[in-house]
Write a protein that binds this ligand. Structure first.
Ligand code: ZN
Length: 687
């Protein structure tokens, strides 16, 4: 067997490793991936070995080179991750998956590297006075990451910490598996078609196909999410809705149709116990306090107070909404009726549907409108380029230009846009780094973003027509894009969205969403694809009212999840165990107006907190909404395109990346800490 080719050998022949300003999407092939990444990681490891030898470590000799190495790695890996998401195929997936453990090992070794940790400590101690605030932030971020990875622990504690982390990752996977298996194990047979009344034709056709494949007459429904959502939203039969609600809300538990078969109760207990132990090993009183070490929220009490304040403010509105819904239904509602009647009430009240709005939102017009908003706010223009290598004909590339006082335009970065759904493209919408900004002694790079959406493509020769939901999503992702593009930070580890407190990272994206809800913006972008007629004022008004529909109930639901998650991790006591159902019931007593049935086992399938990255972090959804609504209210007060406010927003927040504490940045912009009132007003639930 030939030894693997080295980095220096591959550098000129493997297009993945050829780092021009943009990835060579026309040349990169699956077979370049694993070989390229292996060679690159090998080279990076060798350089790290050199760096860590430094006798008298300095920012220049240790930290700058590491920034360069990390930038190089993410620059090379980014097109691979991107292609795996938007042009998935078997060959690429195999290569991609083969690289995951290599990258994960590399990351672990780096975060556990004691010599580097010591070098960072030395730099912090000996050079603090000479470093500028940005450089200090780079060092401090890295030191926190090292400590939270357990590198500072000694002997037995360190071994235990590693073992706990390993066990936690397999418990998270087990939790997922149980949820998935119990979801897949449930099917529901329907004999009489009347029982399916209300469901859309596509779901019914799928159910028929499924029955046929299983050699059955009638219809066979699964518990996949689209089917579940369709049933509880649209099925007229309360029995059908109840069956699905019950199956869904008891997945992986001791209740419901599959009681006990995939029960996650013991898995949850172990996860909570081990998380608590890991936090204590690192010197935190509990896991919630540990999670806050890298967040904008300062303390456990601050988060609890925050959630309770919003719950109290939303309660009267939620009670009114429930009363109205009960009146509308003409009877007391069961848990499986709420979504169904809400949908009917919304249809009746607003007589507006996302589908009927489509002809008013042709993509080219929407993009022009979005670019105009960004131009007016931040003075940026987008110039499409046709000479850039692409992965698919639908995708496009824009240079992003800033104009200075003398009218001179400079390219400050770029963005790819891939707007349409297609086979082998991951669903959802996202912004991702293609190239991060850097300005190092070893070289510079301008930021480049990927913006990916999944809008329905237009018919042959026709522009795509978006729903208003799609429009909001597009604005959201461009908000993330601006955060990436407007950064002025020199060091990649804290430039753009890197190093930004996790509970503050949705601020720019949700901020920009607000513009998709402004009548003056809608009048610009909502023009009929054939007639060019502006969306009638009456329809604009109806659309705007949908934004606050049942906002009280929606808020309390989010708070119920968030408070449950946070208390679970803040109050863990080894002597008492997780007390999952007890805490859930206390939270429901405290905040809920719609009481789910006793047999509801929401925690057993709450993947966000037990298997995803949201442990002691579910509150972040509301937290970031408060920040973005409050930031936007500064524009409402001054004018939504107010130049000075926009400039201060860029100077204090959008350009800062992780170089500044998120709360300090917010206070500098707003002149005070965040206030929940603007969000309550936006939801129409202000008291
Ligand atoms: Zn987002």
């Amino acid at each position: 067997m030939n030894p693997a080719a080295s980095f220096s050998e591959l550098k000129s022949t493997n297009p993945l490793l050829n780092r021009g300003a943009l990835p060579a999407f026309d040349l990169i092939r699956p077979e370049h991936v694993e070989a390229g990444i292996r060679a690159l990681l090998e080279d990076s490891r060798e350089r790290i070995r050199e760096i860590e030898q430094a006798d008298a470590p300095t920012f220049q000799s240790v930290i700058e080179p590491l920034e360069e190495l990390n930038h190089r790695l993410s620059r090379v890996w980014s097109p691979v991750g991107h292609l795996n998401g938007v042009m998935n195929n078997e060959a690429l997936r195999g290569q991609y998956n083969a690289c995951l453990p290599l990258l994960s090992d590399y990351g672990t070794d780096l975060s556990q590297n004691e010599r580097l940790f010591k070098a960072f400590e030395t730099v912090r101690a000996s050079e603090a006075a000479a470093l500028d605030p940005e450089q200090l932030a780079v060092v401090d971020h890295a030191l926190i990451d090292f400590r939270l990875a357990g590198v500072a622990l000694d002997g037995a504690k360190k071994e235990r910490f590693k073992a706990v982390m390993l066990e936690l990752s397999s418990l998270g996977a087990k939790f997922e598996e149980n949820v998935l298996d119990s979801t897949n194990a449930f099917t529901f047979e329907v004999e009489a078609k009347e029982q399916l009344a209300g469901l859309n034709a596509m779901i019914i056709a799928q159910a028929r196909e499924r029955a046929e494949a299983a050699g059955k007459s009638g219809w066979l429904l699964g518990l996949d999410q689209p089917t579940y959502v369709a049933v509880v939203t649209d099925a007229r039969s309360p029995d059908l809705r109840k069956a699905f609600y019950q199956a869904w809300s008891t997945r992986a538990s001791d209740q419901g149709p599959l009681a006990g078969r995939f029960d996650n109760a013991a898995v949850m207990e172990s996860i909570l116990r081990l998380r608590h132990e890991s936090a204590q090993l690192l010197g935190f009183p509990n896991y919630a306090a540990y999670a806050l070490a890298r967040r904008m929220a300062r303390s456990v009490d601050e988060v609890l107070d925050f959630l309770r304040k919003i719950a109290a403010a939303a309660r009267p509105a939620a009670e009114r909404e429930l009363e109205e819904l009960t009146q509308f239904a003409g009877r007391k509602l069961d848990a499986w009726d709420v979504t169904y009647y809400s949908e009917r009430l919304q249809e009746q009240r607003y007589s507006i549907s996302q589908e009927e709005l489509r002809p008013y939102f042709p993509l080219p017009r929407v993009l022009d409108g979005l670019f105009a908003v960004i131009q007016r706010l931040f003075g940026l223009s987008f110039r499409q380029r046709t000479d850039v290598a692409m992965w698919h004909p639908d995708a496009r590339y824009y240079d992003v230009l800033a104009t200075d006082a003398s009218g001179q335009q400079t390219v400050i970065g770029g963005c790819f846009l891939d707007p349409y759904a297609r086979p082998n493209k991951r669903s959802g919408a996202w912004m991702d780094d293609c190239v991060g900004r850097k300005q190092l002694s070893t070289g510079s790079a301008l930021p480049v973003a990927y913006l990916v959406c999944n809008a329905l493509p237009g018919a042959e020769g026709q522009p795509a027509q978006l729903t208003h939901d799609d429009v909001v999503t597009l604005f959201h992702e461009f908000g993330h894009g601006l955060h990436h593009l407007l950064t002025r930070v020199r060091y990649p580890s804290i430039a753009g969205i890197n190093g930004v407190a996790w509970d503050a990272v949705e601020l720019p994206s949700q901020f920009l969403e607000n513009y998709a809800w402004q009548p003056e913006v809608l009048r610009e972008i909502a023009r009929h694809v054939q007639t060019g007629e502006t969306l009638p004022e009456e329809k604009i008004a109806q659309l705007l009212r949908t934004r606050s529909f049942q906002a009280g109930l929606g808020t309390l639901r989010q708070i119920e999840f968030a408070l449950f998650d946070f208390r679970l991790h803040a109050e863990y006591d080894p002597a008492l165990g997780g007390r999952v159902l007890q805490i859930l019931n206390e939270v429901r007593d405290e905040v809920s107006v719609i009481r789910p049935p006793e047999w509801n086992r929401m925690p057993n399938n709450f993947g966000h907190i037990f298997a995803g990255g949201y442990a002691a972090g579910y509150y972040s959804y509301k937290w970031a909404e408060v920040l973005s609504a409050d930031a936007f209210s500064a524009f409402e007060e001054a004018g939504i395109y107010h130049a000075d406010t926009a400039r201060r927003f860029v100077d204090n927040i959008l350009s800062r990346g992780g170089s500044r504490d998120a709360l300090d940045a917010f206070v500098a912009f707003r002149g005070r800490p965040p206030d929940i009132a603007p969000l309550l007003r936006q939801h129409g639930i202000a008291t």
